[in-house]
Ligand binder design. Structure first.
Ligand SMILES: Nc1nc2c(c(=O)[nH]1)N[C@H]1C(S)=C(S)[C@@H](COP(=O)(O)OP(=O)(O)OC[C@H]3O[C@@H](n4cnc5c(=O)[nH]c(N)nc54)[C@H](O)[C@@H]3O)O[C@H]1N2
Ligand SMILES: Nc1nc2c(c(=O)[nH]1)N[C@H]1C(S)=C(S)[C@@H](COP(=O)(O)OP(=O)(O)OC[C@H]3O[C@@H](n4cnc5c(=O)[nH]c(N)nc54)[C@H](O)[C@@H]3O)O[C@H]1N2
Ligand code: SF4
Ligand SMILES: [Mo]
Length: 726
């Protein structure tokens, strides 16, 4: 921080996609920073959830890594090392795998929490320095189905096509598989205001969540049946004569096929598939169609399914048929998840994409980016594997196996589906390097761990769920042993023969990102750090405008609202998705008679790597649990707090029972924030959506029984699993 910097720095929360504005001020007692209110920022207007309020605790030295660690050959243990030794080891590990097995034997796995600058640099590093096609990131586990469906329908994928401030002014919000009262608490206010203004809220969730409690109507389908539900609602729309024929004729294509699929899903059939009674279906169709404007918002519930892309497509169809898209206060939106869930997927860490949402398979896109990077387009690799497929290929002794991995900002040992298998694959690697701020369960398996700086210690841009590009500002100096991810990439690139092209200064990277994105679908070329500071963020697309001769320069204003005149497809029309219902990859059987779904609780974030290190959050959410209905509990003889064993075809997890009438009797719910015996992802199914390659986190078949009381509980180890044997 420069000496004349103001005492309070305006910045943003390190965690979710709402990217709440907050201030960071030096503590009165001189020890570190404290979070203070930043009321002027429009998204959260000062409100923060418990994670945001306690975020500075992860900056403390005792919560984090402050020196590089290298695995010692003799002891097999991770031990402190100098930066030079650690970086030399990483460069040698990556180069060695490439020399022995070719460039695609080196993989990179990124994260949607990385800033735009880091995501951009990581993709460029992989394609140029490593020459590898094998990069993907945890956002594949997050919104990739909504991204694929949005691109297919609208020609563009941006989480929300409107700012959050539009929500209170629409007539009805149909919220599908989002528990935002726990996952984005300050956003609940928009729904409260909607209802105060006379609008209605419909929530679709197999559980009666804190969010569902706010709804005028709560539909509780069986997990994995949203596609049928959406088709059933569209059926009722057609049968009730509520199709907006003029809109369909003028602004869409493909209606006949979509209509036929919906007509095959009559209400009684849909009741049988989903478990939602016909009168509730009728009520929902009525509530959605009655007001002049309405929105459908989805989150991970319908998206994290092996048919997530078609499922989101079916919800979009409902919007299109009723004319609730491409008009003011109407539309379909996806509530993205991670801090930079949106921007993280636009700038080149996704297996098939280049910066600016350009595509690796498109010649013109390759040529543009290659020009900015100063290389021959032919040297850019082809699209690579998706996240789970990449993890599944780790350490494989086959010609296409990935032998060395650079992991930056994800903790797949806890968060990947079929996690025991993924852990086994990671252990089989020839070489694993991890950049993280804490010694996560995945970092514990590494040969080299590089301790990096975090949010409040560095500057960078992030793109929130509204498509608003924000500036997260540096507010404190990092511990002396930490370096930024950008510095790490620069140092590795230099060791691998690229002295230039990898600046460590975020604004310099952003300037290059602007040029790389110019003319692309996610065009950031008109955005600058200065503009973001002045304007509380700028919505993309925001192309740079050449000043007109004689006239005062009017920069592009950014695009808070998309599609009002035309959709982003070539002919300007939105596309109906030709979708029909299909079952989940795993349906219940006598051996596995119960459905497991998974998700989040308020006080923990993701794999818990950061939030399990915060005292107040651990007190609020100390460990895993199995939420189950009293009828199911009675059937297996379980009472509140009893240890339950949950078994799927992939493994077994043990966690205490939480008996609650707020869940369907045929379904159990487990949060996925913990490692060890209660790890939900030991159970989950890596069945992938054929288009988005998103795994089916939200439904698999399990057996639930009382755990053997003689079996000792695993000690509650906050830091998780053992390291990798040498
Ligand atoms: N506290 C907290 N907040 C977070 C995060 C966190 O880890 N903790 N993570 C952030 C990230 S990356 C993300 S992606 C978002 C996720 O935000 P959400 O999508 O709101 O979170 P989830 O709990 O995964 O899923 C939401 C709901 O889907 C329901 N659900 C389960 N199966 C189905 C189904 O088949 N159909 C339907 N319709 N619903 C179903 C679950 O019961 C759950 O209540 O949260 C962000 N915010
Ligand atoms: N069963 C089940 N599993 C799920 C889901 C589910 O709903 N159910 N949801 C999925 C979803 S939506 C998501 S997004 C994934 C997320 O799962 P993960 O990818 O594991 O997410 P995090 O726990 O946020 O991991 C981020 C890691 O990066 C570190 N980190 C933070 N900031 C930085 C930084 O600036 N640089 C570097 N190098 N490291 C940093 C953190 O300390 C942490 O170790 O989980 C998925 N897994
Ligand atoms: S809602 Fe999200 S961005 Fe806001 S304070 Fe909580 S975790 Fe941070
Ligand atoms: Mo996510």
């Amino acid at each position: 921080m420069s000496t004349d910097a103001p005492a309070t720095t305006d910045t943003h929360c390190p965690y979710c996609a709402l990217q709440c504005g907050m201030g960071l001020a030096p503590r009165a007692d001189g020890g570190g920073l404290e979070v203070v209110e930043r009321a002027a920022f429009p998204v959260n207007r000062g409100a923060l959830c418990a994670k945001g309020r306690t975020a500075t605790e992860v900056l403390a030295a005792d919560a984090r890594l402050t020196e590089p660690l290298v695995r010692r050959e003799r002891s097999g243990e991770l031990a402190p090392a100098t930066w030079d030794e650690a970086l030399d080891r990483v460069a040698a590990g990556l180069a060695g795998a490439r020399r022995r097995h070719g460039p695609d034997a080196v993989g990179v796995f990124g994260g949607g929490g990385l800033t735009n600058e880091k995501a951009y640099a990581l993709g460029k590093f992989t394609r140029l320095v490593l020459g590898s096609s094998q990069i993907d990131y945890n956002g594949r586990f997050c919104m990739s189905s909504a991204a694929a469906a949005g691109t297919r329908a609208f020609g563009l994928d941006r989480g929300l096509p409107f700012p959050l401030e539009d929500i209170p002014r629409t007539g009805c919000v149909l919220l599908v598989g989002s528990n935002l009262a726990e996952t984005m608490p300050p956003a609940l206010r928009y729904l409260t205001e909607l209802r105060e203004n006379g609008g209605t809220l419909i929530v679709v969730d197999p559980r009666r969540t804190r969010t569902a409690e706010q709804a005028d109507l709560h539909l509780a389908p069986r997990p994995g049946t949203d596609l049928a539900l959406a088709l059933g609602l569209l059926h009722l729309v057609v049968a009730g004569g509520r199709v907006d024929e003029a809109f369909v004729a003028e602004r869409t294509a493909g209606w006949e096929q979509a209509r036929a699929a919906a007509m095959a899903h009559w209400p009684e059939l849909v009741e049988r598939i989903t478990g939602v009674p016909v009168p509730q279906l009728r009520a929902a169709a009525r509530m959605f169609c009655e007001p002049e404007a309405a929105m459908v918002l989805t989150a991970r519930g319908p998206e994290q399914q092996s048919k997530g892309t078609d499922t989101v497509g079916a919800w979009i169809n409902l919007c299109l048929a009723t004319g609730r898209a491409g008009r003011p206060l109407s539309g379909y939106g996806c509530l993205t998840g991670q801090g930079n869930g949106q921007g993280g997927r636009e700038h080149g860490q996704k297996a098939d994409q280049l910066p600016g949402y350009r595509m690796l398979a498109n010649e013109a896109d390759r040529a543009h980016v290659a020009r900015v990077w100063g290389v021959d387009p032919a040297t850019l690799p082809a699209p690579g594997r998706s996240a789970y497929e990449l993890l599944d290929a780790l350490g494989r002794d086959t010609p296409d196996g990935v032998r060395a991995l650079l992991l930056m900002a994800s903790n797949p040992v806890v968060s990947a589906p079929h996690a025991a298998h993924v852990e086994e694959r990671m252990r089989a690697l020839d070489f694993l390097a991890v950049c993280d701020v804490v010694l996560s369960e995945s970092a514990r398996l590494a040969d080299v761990v590089l301790p990096v700086t975090q949010w409040a210690e560095e500057t960078g841009t992030l793109t929130n769920l509204e498509g608003r590009v924000l500036l997260r500002r540096k507010a404190a100096e990092p511990p002396p042993g930490c370096r930024s991810d950008l510095e790490v990439l620069r140092a590795l690139a230099a060791r691998l023969g690229w002295e230039k092209g990898f600046p460590a200064e975020p604004e310099e990277v952003f300037e290059e990102l602007r040029r790389a994105s110019a003319g692309g679908r996610a065009d950031y070329s008109g955005i600058s750090y200065r503009r973001i500071e002045r304007e509380d963020g700028v919505f993309w697309p925001c192309p740079e405008r050449e000043p007109e001769r004689g006239a005062a320069h009017a920069p592009h204003p950014g695009t808070p609202r998309l599609f009002l005149d035309r959709f982003a497809t070539e002919d300007g029309r939105a596309r109906f998705a030709p979708v029909t219902h299909r079952p989940a990859a795993e349906e219940p059987t006598p051996e596995y008679p119960v459905l497991l779904t998974t998700g989040r609780v308020l006080a923990q974030y993701q794999s818990g790597a950061q939030t399990r290190r915060v005292g107040a959050l651990n007190a609020a959410a100390p460990g895993p649990f199995v939420q189950l209905h009293p009828r199911l509990a009675e059937r297996i003889g379980a009472a509140e707090g009893d240890r339950l064993a949950v078994t799927s075809r992939r493994g077994r997890a043990v966690a205490p029972a939480r008996v609650s009438g707020d869940i369907r009797p045929d379904t159990i719910f487990m949060p996925f924030h913990w490692p060890g015996e209660g790890r939900a992802n030991t159970l989950t199914n890596p069945a992938l959506d054929p288009t988005s390659r998103m795994p089916e986190f939200k439904v698999c078949a399990v057996r639930v029984e009382l755990a053997d009381p003689a079996e000792p509980a695993e000690p509650a180890d906050r830091d998780g699993s053992e390291g990798r044997a040498a």
